[in-house]
Design a protein around this ligand. Structure first.
Ligand code: BGC
Length: 830
């Protein structure tokens, strides 16, 4: 090392093991540099982390002699001659991406870490990138299915009140009404256009059995509704027109009321309407009716559908919530016998439907969407390891039993995790039990659909164990109500645990050897905070699994627009959409407006890059153990606001991709529509920008050209061939701002249409997740942000920096702090 030692730089440390922190690299001016304030968190054991949950390195010295010179650009004076170690054991131990910035926060050097996402191979070209939806949750105007009764019957409402008091949890049971109106094909078309704007190529939806077969078949009347069947013809046509591959679920958690009329009594029991229906999945008659329905619809749609999902979440949701928790139809509580009957009938329904579909369409890919929670044990093992046992039993029933049966033909009728306590049917008994043709066993799944959201902490529950022995345990739906040392949670209190997705994918590959489709993954948030980070964290695990040879066919995010979330109704905490639906407003056509989330942009980036690494750098991620959000290290592109010729406000988002090319999106405020740009070209010598977008429902095709002058774009656009002038101004606030200890994300993607500025804030120490800043406004050059209960901030944009003061709330004398933040760089070269 030579030359003077001076300056302060920030090193970002990103770990692969959930131990992510900001650390400060301080040049001491002596022969070594010092890292301070590094907290490592882990589950214990591995890689020099102590058994304690938190371990602190108060200071860390990089030895001279292990240094490399950092070659800085001409502007990066403060970082000149600063040096650090590349191979100090600590770096290689924690698999980190290390970024060195100069005093202006400009990135001057990066040490890519072993295992960082950019080292993972790209997603395959035929990978399905999509969203998942379900009929009852989006269509609206349904009539005559079990959920209609369940959400409106006074007896069931009353029961919910009791259950809420006893079990201490909140629900919001009411009828879905119009949902998000996808039964109106114009509304559906616009939402499909939104999926296309993100670059998606797949769309999962379900056929509402109760809609297409509203009547119980009698004599010559098979009970089907011609108009409803025609509706799905159009849905499929619309998907194909948009090159969205359909993934079709045949039964997504709702049944026609003639199949199941849920008990309406306060204490669920077989009332008259229930007995007059087929009694749902506990009866063989339902399996037979389901088979007739499946044959009918598959015969009709087989020309347009390759991917079929017979059932959605038969174990975790249909059985677990319908017969044990009692919060979904039919609503039986802790009814072990019915739960078991229903479960085996669901296995039969799937196996028989699989054979029926393959007979009608031999080339189809047939699977089911299986809810796979990642089961962790509560922190205490329990008396005689009871909680451990309960966790294992829960996991066995909830996740693996069904796959053992349908893939290997191993049907354990005792449903017991221990081999010695199992009652495994002999091979010649299996076909009879499942109701399929005898003969050598063949798997009844072409692929496994995994719905993965979270980890849960399972404990033994004496009452559950008695009533439902094959379940043995329970978990708290909202982990925030427990004493577990949990990770980052969604607004429903579901714990993020990206590693669980990898662990499941790896085990599915190892134990079953079948292709896998991530048929659902997503999170619920009142306002968009961690959606981008969560989504990218899970995609990273998919990419990791692909690298390890797991045949993952696609990733379907739950969901496209916020929809009816079952017993949560439309609670703001239960918003799962990549596009948020503003249920308090209606547009000129009477529809609830949709607004893009940062999660949607992050997914669009990953799709465009066919990799997660670049998007992680721009949106951040969640550590693999789910314990911490890792902030972004760059700003995701740049944004301009302007007016199209007719005075229509618009927003332009552009970002240069690492894979080459551009990601461009344009928001047309008049039509409240995001459009994907094509043919983005930048001529650096002439400072000229070109792009266009094709025609969409209600929007003509347009091509744009502009010259870049400072922060303005000015040029001509051709709207259906007619030339008009246009201009736009760069939004200097858009981006990720770093004040050395915290990150602030500022976005104004839909301009006034969205009510102005959106902000979120993260302080890596000690905060672990993004917080939305609800009060954000800009008046002239001044920016005002308030995070209630935390601080309020006033800042002005000056020479590319945000400078101002931060006042703690409640205000304390002398508590005011200067605020000085720099925008993290973006990849846009103008
Ligand atoms: C279901 C969806 C549901 C989602 C979020 C899954 O259980 O398949 O219908 O909305 O998770 O809770």
């Amino acid at each position: 090392m030579s030359g003077p030692q001076r300056g302060v730089a920030i090193v970002e440390v990103q770990t692969g093991e959930g131990r992510a922190e900001w650390v400060r690299l301080r040049n001491t001016g002596a022969a070594s540099v010092e890292l301070t304030g590094w907290t490592l968190r882990g589950e214990g054991g591995a890689q020099g982390v102590t058994q304690a949950r938190t371990f602190t390195f108060p200071a860390f010295h990089l030895a001279p002699g292990r240094e490399v010179r950092v070659h800085t650009g001409p502007a990066a004076q403060d970082a000149e001659n600063l040096s650090w170690a590349t191979r100090a054991p600590v770096w290689s131990d924690v698999h980190e991406d290390v970024v060195l910035r100069d005093a202006q926060r400009r990135e001057v050097s990066r040490l890519p870490a072993h295992g960082a996402p950019e080292e993972l191979p790209r997603f395959p070209p035929d990978f399905l990138w999509g969203v998942a939806t379900a009929g009852y949750q989006v269509e609206g105007r349904t009539q005559g299915n079990d959920w209609d009764v369940f959400t409106t019957s006074p007896g069931i409402q009353q029961r919910f009140k009791v259950v809420e008091d006893v079990a201490r949890f909140d629900t919001n049971l009411h009828a879905p009404g119009e949902a998000v109106n996808h039964f109106d094909l114009d509304v559906l078309r616009e939402d499909l256009d939104r999926a296309c704007a993100l670059g998606l190529n797949a769309y999962r939806f379900s056929i509402e059995w109760g809609r297409v077969q509203p009547r119980k078949p009698t004599g010559a009347d098979a009970g089907f509704d011609a108009a409803a069947l025609a509706y799905y013809d159009t849905v499929l046509k619309e998907l194909h027109q948009r090159r969205l591959t359909p993934v079709v679920t045949l039964s997504h958690l709702s049944l026609p009321v003639w199949v199941l009329d849920p008990p309406r009594t306060l204490i669920p029991s077989e009332d008259e309407p229930f007995r007059a229906s087929l009694r749902g999945w506990e009866s063989a008659a339902t399996v037979a009716a389901y088979l007739r329905y499946v044959r009918h619809v598959v015969e009709r749609y087989r020309g347009s559908v390759h991917w079929w999902l017979t059932l959605n979440e038969p174990v975790g949701s249909v059985v677990g919530l319908g017969y044990v928790a009692g919060i979904w139809p039919p609503g039986f509580i802790l009814d072990g016998n019915r739960a078991k009957d229903a479960y085996f009938n669901l296995l039969r329904a799937h196996a028989q439907a699989y054979d029926a579909i393959k007979a009608l369409q031999p080339g189809a890919s047939v699977g089911l969407a299986h809810a796979m929670l990642y089961a962790k044990r509560v922190k205490e093992p329990g008396l005689g390891n009871a909680h451990d046992g309960a966790k294992n039993q829960f996991d066995y029933f909830n996740t693996w039993h069904l796959l053992n049966a349908l893939v290997h033909g191993k049907v354990d009728t005792a449903i017991h995790r221990r081999a010695g306590s199992q009652t495994v049917l002999a091979p010649q008994e299996v076909a009879g039990f499942l109701g399929v043709d005898a003969g050598p066993w063949r798997p009844r799944l072409d692929f496994i659909g995994i719905n993965y959201y979270r980890a849960v902490y399972v404990y033994q529950h004496a009452v559950v164990a008695l009533a439902v022995p094959f379940l043995d345990g329970a978990f708290e739906n909202d982990v925030r109500t427990t004493e577990e040392h949990h990770g980052v949670v969604s607004d429903l209190g579901w714990e993020h645990f990206p590693d669980g997705l990898y662990q499941h994918l790896a085990r599915l590959h190892r134990d079953y050897g079948l292709p896998v489709l991530v048929s659902e993954n997503g999170l619920a948030e009142r306002t968009d905070r961690n959606r981008a980070a969560y989504t990218l964290a899970h995609l990273t695990q998919v990419q990791r699994a692909l690298k390890d040879g797991v045949a993952v066919k696609g990733y379907l995010h739950w969901t496209l627009v916020d929809n009816f979330e079952w017993h949560e109704g439309y609670r703001p905490e239960a918003r799962f959409g990549l596009f948020t639906v503003d249920r308090d407003r209606r547009d000129a056509r009477g529809q609830h407006p949709r607004h893009i989330t940062e999660g949607a942009l992050a997914l669009a980036h990953a799709v465009a890059e066919r990799s997660v690494g670049p998007a992680v750098r721009k949106f951040g991620t969640v550590t693999v153990d789910g314990h911490r959000v890792r902030p972004p290290v760059r700003t995701p592109g740049a944004v301009w606001h302007g007016e199209l010729a007719e005075g229509v406000p618009f927003t332009l988002c552009l970002d240069r991709l690492e894979v080459g090319g551009w990601l461009g999106l344009l928001f047309d405020a008049k039509r409240a529509r995001w459009l994907r740009l094509e043919g983005v070209e930048w001529d650096a010598a002439a400072r000229r920008l070109l792009f266009s977008h094709p025609a969409h429902t209600g929007t003509p095709s347009r091509s744009f050209e502009a010259t870049v002058e400072g922060d303005s774009l000015r040029g001509t656009l051709r709207d259906a061939g007619v030339p008009r002038p246009w201009h736009a101004r760069r939004d200097a606030l858009f981006g990720v701002w770093d004040d050395g200890t915290s990150r602030l994300v500022l976005a104004n993607l839909e301009g006034e249409a969205r009510g102005g500025l959106r902000a979120k804030w993260l302080r890596p120490l000690p905060r672990e997740a993004w917080r939305s800043v609800p009060l954000a406004a800009r008046t002239g050059p001044e920016l005002r942000l308030t995070l209630p209960g935390s601080w309020s901030l006033t800042a002005t944009l000056e020479d590319g920096a945000l400078k101002g003061r931060r006042v703690p709330l409640p205000a304390t004398p002398g508590g005011e702090l200067p605020f000085h933040a720099f925008r993290l760089p973006d990849d846009v070269p103008f």
